[in-house]
Design a binder for this molecule. Structure first.
Ligand code: DGJ
Length: 708
C-alpha cells in the first residue's frame, strides 16, 4: 500500500498528483508542470483545493473524475467502463483494495480494485516516464459468468484554461490535416471504425491555452497506442470537468470475457508542455529511451514503387540495384508486384510466392546482388489482405471476413483475410517467414490497404476486428522473434496505421504516399508531433509528384525529406548523369547529418501560415539544422525575419547556408548570406535574420554551429 492518500509522481519536469482517498479509483488532481517538493500535508491540501463547490441542482458527482469514470458514481459523461452480464452488472463501481508505487526510471502507480457485486476486478496503472510522458491503462478481470465488455476507456483531466482543441483528419495522400476549434461543452469524439486508425486518424487530440503554438501556450495531448478500432475524445461537462479520453472501440458483442479472463486496454498516452515542441519532446524522448528503439543509423533505402510500379523486369531491377548502390543506398526494397500472378492491383494478394513467370530464377539472384553491393534487402507484403482472384481465396473462401452479406464491397479490388482463423494465420505466417529465410530479407514493408468494414468471422459472423489487430501484432512479433534483426515498416495506404501500438512491433512508419514536398512538409511536421524523425520514412520522389502533379526541383524535394529515415523512390535507371550526381550528393549529405537529425530536438518557429522555419537542435545545443521554406506568396515582402527557436541563448553560433547541390540564387540572398555570420543564440531567437526572398515552393537549409 502507498502510505499517503495523495501520491505525487514527478519526472521530466512534469508532476502528476493522484488522489487515492475513500477507496475510490485514482483521480488525477494535477497533470502539469512540476510542483516541486511537497509534503504529505501539502498534498492533502492539494486534494482539498481540488474539491469544487456544488451549486443548486448540480449533479453531486464527487469531483474530480477518476481515470476510469463510472456512471455508478453519478458521472454523467461517457462512462469509462460499460458492459453487461446478460443485462446485469452494467454499472460497475470499484473499491480500491491495494496500491503500489514503484520508483525507478519511471514512477509507476498500480491500483487494484474490485466490485464484488458485479464480480469484476480492475487494475489501473499510471506511469510517469523519465521523459515526463504520462501513460495509463486498465485491465479488467471477469470473476463471474461471461461478461460482455462494451467500453474500457481511460480519461486524463486537463485544466479549464485548456480551452482550444487541435486534432487531425485527412485522406489518401493528404494525411494529418490539422483542425482547431474551441473546446465545446459535450464531447468532441473521433472514432476509427475501419480496423486501423485510418488516413483520417486524429493521431493526437490536443487541448491547450487559446492560441497555443509550437513555442508557447500550455498544451496537453492524448494518443492511444492501438492500431484497431478506437475512440479518442475530448469531453467537457457543465460542472467544469475537462478530460481527454481514449480506448479501443468494440463492435457489438465483440469482446466477451470468459470466467477468469482479463482484458488489458491499450495505453492512453498523455504528453504536455508549453508549446507543441515541448509536448512532442516528451514522446520523442520516451520513444528514444525504449530498448527496442532502432540503434543503428537508419539505412538510406531505395524503394521500387513509384519507379516501376507493377512493371517488374528482373534485368531492369538488377540494374536498378546497381544504381541504388552507386547512389549510396544501404537498403533496396522491392515493393508490390513480385508475387505470383500480380500484374496489377486486381489479383493475387494472399499468394506470397515469387511469381515464376516474371521471376523465373526467383528473387534470390536480386537479393544476393543487393547484398553483394553492400545493401540489405527488403520486400513488400500485405499479410492481412486477399484478392478474390487468388489461389488462397479460391481454396479458402471461408477465410475471408464476411459480415453476413458476403465478403463486402471490394476496395482496391481486395478483401480482408481473417487472421482469426488459425489456418489463415499459419498460411500467411509460413509463407512470409519462409521467404524471409530463403531470401535473407532484412526489412518487411507491411502494407494494409482496405478498411475492415465487414469483419465477421465465419461461419457465425461474430465481429473480428479486435482479434485481427491482436493477430497482426502477434505475427509481427513472431516474425521478429524468428528472424532476429528483422525490421518492419508500418504502411497503410500511406499513413493509415501510425500509432504507438504498432510501433511496439515495427521500426518505421510510412506517413503518406504523397512525396510532393509542398504537402509532405506538413505531413511530416504533424506526424512528427508523435514520432521523432528516425521513425518516419520520407522519400525523395519524382520531379513531378505522382499524387499531386506538382513539380518541384530536387533541392526542395530533398531538403524536405532529409530529416527522416531517408528513401529514394525515383527510377534511377532513367535518371541522367547530372540528376544522379545531384541525388548522390543529397544522400551523402543526409548520411553526414543523420547523427544530428536522429538524436536532436525537433523545433518549429511559430510563423505566418505560408512560412515554415523548422529544424533539429543537437542535445548539447552546439549544432543545429533549419529549413526555411515558403509555401505560398507571403503577405509581406521580403518574408518575415527568421527567428530561430531552441538554441542556447548564451552560445554563439556560426550561421551558414547548407548548399548541397544549388545555393539560393544571388538576387534572393540577403547581404548577411554573403559572408560569415556569428551571433549569440539569444539574438538569433529574438532579433533574427533577414529572410532570403525565396520563390514559392523553394527552401533553404541553414546550419548553425557552435562558434566557440
Ligand atoms: C500503398 C503504399 O502506401 C505504397 O507505398 C505502395 O506500397 C502501394 N500500396 C503498393 O501497392
Amino acid at each position: 500500500m502507498t502510505d499517503s492518500p495523495v501520491v505525487h509522481l514527478r519526472r521530466g519536469g512534469t508532476s502528476v498528483a493522484v488522489s487515492l482517498t475513500d477507496a475510490r479509483l485514482p483521480r488525477i488532481l494535477h497533470w502539469g508542470a512540476d510542483l516541486g517538493d511537497l509534503t504529505a500535508a501539502d498534498l492533502d491540501a492539494v486534494r482539498r483545493a481540488a474539491e469544487p463547490t456544488i451549486g443548486d441542482s448540480a449533479v453531486t458527482y464527487p469531483q474530480p473524475v477518476p481515470v476510469v469514470p463510472q456512471l455508478a458514481e453519478a458521472w454523467l459523461g461517457r462512462p469509462g467502463i460499460a458492459g453487461s452480464r446478460d443485462g446485469r452488472a452494467w454499472a460497475p463501481l470499484f473499491s480500491v483494495t491495494g496500491t503500489r508505487l514503484g520508483e525507478g526510471d519511471a514512477a509507476v502507480l498500480t491500483v487494484e480494485s474490485v466490485d464484488t457485486a458485479s464480480e469484476l476486478a480492475l487494475t489501473v496503472e499510471i506511469r510517469l516516464e523519465a521523459s515526463g510522458l504520462l501513460r495509463t491503462r486498465a485491465a479488467l478481470r471477469n470473476e463471474g459468468e461471461p461478461y460482455r465488455l462494451d467500453t474500457l476507456e481511460l480519461a486524463l483531466p486537463v485544466p479549464d484554461r485548456a480551452a482550444e482543441l487541435l486534432d487531425f483528419t485527412g485522406r489518401w495522400a493528404n494525411e494529418k490535416v490539422p483542425q482547431r476549434h474551441p473546446f465545446p461543452l459535450g464531447a468532441w469524439v473521433r472514432e476509427s471504425r475501419g480496423g486501423k486508425p485510418g488516413l483520417d486518424a486524429p493521431t493526437l487530440l490536443i487541448a491547450g491555452e487559446p492560441g497555443f503554438g509550437f513555442r508557447g501556450g500550455d498544451t496537453w495531448g492524448a494518443h492511444l497506442g492501438w492500431s484497431g478500432n478506437q475512440t479518442l475524445a475530448a469531453e467537457r461537462t457543465p460542472a467544469g470537468t475537462r478530460v481527454l479520453r481514449g480506448g479501443a472501440l468494440f463492435l457489438p458483442g465483440e469482446l466477451v470475457l470468459a470466467t477468469g479472463e482479463t482484458y488489458t486496454a491499450p495505453w492512453l498516452y498523455g504528453a504536455r508542455g508549453t508549446g507543441l515542441d515541448a509536448l512532442a519532446a516528451q514522446f520523442h524522448r520516451h520513444l528514444r529511451a525504449r530498448p527496442e528503439h532502432p540503434k543503428t543509423p537508419r539505412p538510406v533505402l531505395v524503394n521500387t514503387w513509384e519507379a516501376v510500379y507493377f512493371d517488374h523486369d528482373p534485368e531492369r531491377l538488377l540494374r536498378f540495384a546497381d544504381r541504388a548502390a552507386a547512389l549510396g543506398a544501404e537498403r533496396f526494397v522491392v515493393d508490390d508486384g513480385w508475387f505470383t500472378g500480380r500484374r496489377d492491383d486486381t489479383t493475387s494478394l494472399g499468394d506470397w510466392t515469387v511469381d515464376p513467370e516474371r521471376w523465373p530464377d526467383g528473387l534470390a539472384p536480386l537479393a544476393e546482388r543487393v547484398r553483394d553491393l553492400g545493401m540489405d534487402f527488403g520486400l513488400w507484403f500485405e499479410p492481412e489482405m486477399v484478392n478474390r482472384d487468388s489461389d488462397l481465396a479460391r481454396a479458402h473462401p471461408e477465410w475471408l471476413f464476411d459480415g453476413g452479406h458476403g465478403p463486402g464491397l471490394p476496395s482496391r479490388h481486395q478483401h480482408v483475410l481473417d487472421l482469426g482463423h488459425d489456418g489463415a494465420y499459419q498460411h500467411v505466417y509460413q509463407q512470409v517467414s519462409a521467404l524471409i529465410d530463403r531470401l535473407g530479407i532484412a526489412y518487411v514493408k507491411w502494407d494494409h490497404n482496405r478498411y475492415l468494414t465487414d469483419a465477421g468471422h465465419t461461419p457465425d459472423g461474430t465481429p473480428g476486428v479486435h482479434r485481427q489487430t491482436e493477430r497482426a501484432y502477434r505475427m509481427m512479433r513472431e516474425l521478429r522473434a524468428a528472424h532476429p534483426g528483422l525490421e518492419i515498416e508500418s504502411c497503410a495506404s500511406g499513413g493509415g496505421r501510425v500509432d504507438l501500438g504498432v510501433l511496439e512491433h515495427t521500426d518505421r512508419v510510412w506517413p503518406s504516399d504523397c512525396n510532393d514536398p509542398h504537402e509532405r512538409i506538413d505531413v511530416q511536421r504533424w506526424t512528427g508531433l508523435l514520432l521523432p524523425p528516425e521513425l518516419h520514412g520520407d522519400h525523395i520522389g519524382a520531379e513531378t509528384a505522382h499524387t499531386t502533379r506538382r513539380t518541384a526541383p530536387l533541392e526542395f524535394r530533398a531538403a524536405t525529406v532529409l530529416w527522416g529515415h531517408l528513401g529514394v523512390e525515383e527510377d534511377l535507371t532513367r535518371c541522367d548523369d547530372a540528376a544522379f550526381a545531384a541525388l548522390q550528393t543529397w544522400v551523402a549529405a543526409h548520411k553526414e547529418l543523420r547523427p544530428l537529425l536522429h538524436s536532436g530536438d525537433v523545433v518549429h518557429a511559430d510563423t505566418e501560415s505560408e512560412v515554415r522555419l523548422e529544424g533539429v537542435v543537437s542535445p548539447d545545443l552546439r549544432d543545429a539544422l533549419f529549413q526555411f521554406a515558403l509555401l505560398d506568396r507571403p503577405a509581406a515582402w521580403p518574408p518575415p525575419r527568421l527567428r530561430f527557436p531552441g538554441l542556447d541563448p548564451d552560445r554563439r553560433y556560426r550561421v551558414a547556408e547548407l548548399a548541397v547541390t544549388a545555393a539560393v540564387p544571388e538576387g534572393q540572398r540577403p547581404p548577411w548570406m554573403r559572408s560569415d555570420l556569428v551571433l549569440p543564440g539569444r539574438v538569433l531567437a529574438e532579433s533574427g535574420l533577414e529572410a532570403p526572398s525565396l520563390d514559392v515552393d523553394r527552401s533553404v537549409l541553414l546550419r548553425l554551429t557552435d562558434a566557440g
